[in-house]
Design a protein around this ligand. Structure first.
Ligand code: NAD
Ligand code: UFG
Length: 341
């Protein structure tokens, strides 16, 4: 039985492929390469010593997805494919509803036609909106405040409705906090196109001399040093959570046929703490300037991780120093990311 990994050539998907291949599972990747480089597939094969089945397919192409599901006799899907930039989603919401919502609808329709009824879905802490209490439990009210977040919520609702309609479906909805870091080999990692939107890749590019300085978006939040606090999680820990989610789905030891789990560490770090940690890991100075707050940012958010511990018997193992060390290792070995991007 093979697991279909959508978006498996992307940042988190590629690490997931490595984890599942190393755990002895067969995987097939589909990706339309809109935010990925085919070299990544070669690197996954090099790390694991296993051949990776790859098909350049868009999830919105239902017939092509059905062909892949049948050809590889897939039994489950791990669904990463989608667009993920909050700012871009406010400028081009149609592209987000098309890729994320329409894409997931077509993927689910293909699964239904092929009798594949297990999915692990990449959701996001962004569905919680402004925190009403901390740490954030899975029961926290949902209030997405941008088109990207709303696409994630719509997909979550779609999965809940399908699960209610037919108990044969099984869904694990994973709400990621802030994934960072890279595989310890330094062969795969996050390779953003253009100017990075997110903190960690931006800091890494400043350390590498590709950018002059970091703009710290706001230093007057009600946090311990005035800068935004987030729950950063090592991508290798994050994908280990997917492996546990898959095992739980397969063994049916789940609380229901559609359950939600936060994936974070439970600890928050400020922007300035991230900068200091990266300076330690890279032995480089990261020049910073204070800039206005970024629209839509919250002051502080971090996860309650007790459900993950209870349901998956899983918790993150890597600390902030490991996250920075592994990011720096990836950047030093691949100063321009995957070649040709
Ligand atoms: P990524 O952009 O590196 O990976 C997504 C992959 O999907 C890319 O390889 C892209 O080429 C592919 N893709 C996009 N649209 C597609 C389509 N229509 N058909 C086929 N392939 C398509 O992003 P990532 O950081 O690896 O994120 C993976 C998932 O996790 C996304 O769904 C994202 O929303 C979610 N997520 C990410 C974060 C984060 O901070 N990275 C946080 C929360 C949730
Ligand atoms: N920040 C800066 N300067 C930068 C970039 C970020 O100061 O150049 C600050 C932000 O203001 C925030 C913190 O660093 O306080 C983290 O910002 P990120 O953009 O790295 O992460 P966010 O928490 O804003 O958002 C990320 C993803 C979302 C996802 C969310 C929760 O981008 O898609 O985590 O999972 F929804």
């Amino acid at each position: 039985m093979t697991i279909l990994i959508t978006g498996g050539a992307g940042y988190i998907g590629s690490h997931c492929c490595v984890a599942f291949l190393e755990a002895g599972h067969d995987v097939v990747v589909i990706d339309n390469l809109s935010n990925a480089h085919p070299e990544c597939i070669e690197r996954i094969a090099e790390i694991t010593g296993k051949k990776v089945a790859f098909e350049e397919v868009d999830i919105r192409d239902q017939a092509a997805v059905e062909r892949v599901l049948r050809k590889h006799q897939c039994s489950a899907v791990i669904h990463f494919a989608g667009l993920k930039a909050v700012g871009e989603s406010t400028k081009d919401p149609l592209a987000y509803y098309d890729n994320n919502v329409v894409g997931t609808h077509r993927l689910l329709s293909a699964m239904s036609n092929c009798g594949v009824r297990q999915m692990i879905f990449s959701s996001s802490a962004t569905v919680y909106g402004e925190p009403q209490f901390l740490p954030i439990t899975e029961k926290h009210p949902l209030n997405a405040v941008n088109p990207y977040g709303r696409t994630k919520l719509i997909i979550e609702d779609m999965l809940r409705d399908i699960a209610t309609s037919n108990p044969a479906w099984k869904f694990s909805i994973l709400r990621y906090f802030n994934p960072v870091g890279a595989h310890k080999s330094g062969m795969i990692g996050e390779d953003p196109l253009g100017i990075p939107n997110n903190l960690m890749p931006f800091i890494a590019q400043v350390a590498a001399g590709r950018r002059e300085q970091l703009s710290v978006f706001g230093n007057d939040y009600d946090t311990r040093d005035g800068t935004g606090v987030r729950d950063y999680i090592h991508v290798v820990d994050l994908v280990a959570g997917h492996l546990r989610a898959y095992e739980a789905l397969a063994s049916r030891e789940t609380p229901s046929n559609c359950f939600v789990v936060n994936l974070g560490t439970g600890a928050g770090y400020s922007v300035l703490e991230m900068v200091s940690a990266f300076e330690r890991a890279s032995n480089k100075q990261i020049p910073c300037v204070t800039a206005p707050r970024r629209n839509g940012d919250v002051a502080e958010i971090y996860a309650d991780i007790s459900t993950a511990l209870e349901v998956f018997d899983w918790k993150a193992e890597n600390d902030l120093d490991a996250m920075c060390r592994d990011t720096w290792n990836w950047v030093c070995k691949n100063p321009r990311g995957y070649e040709g991007r």
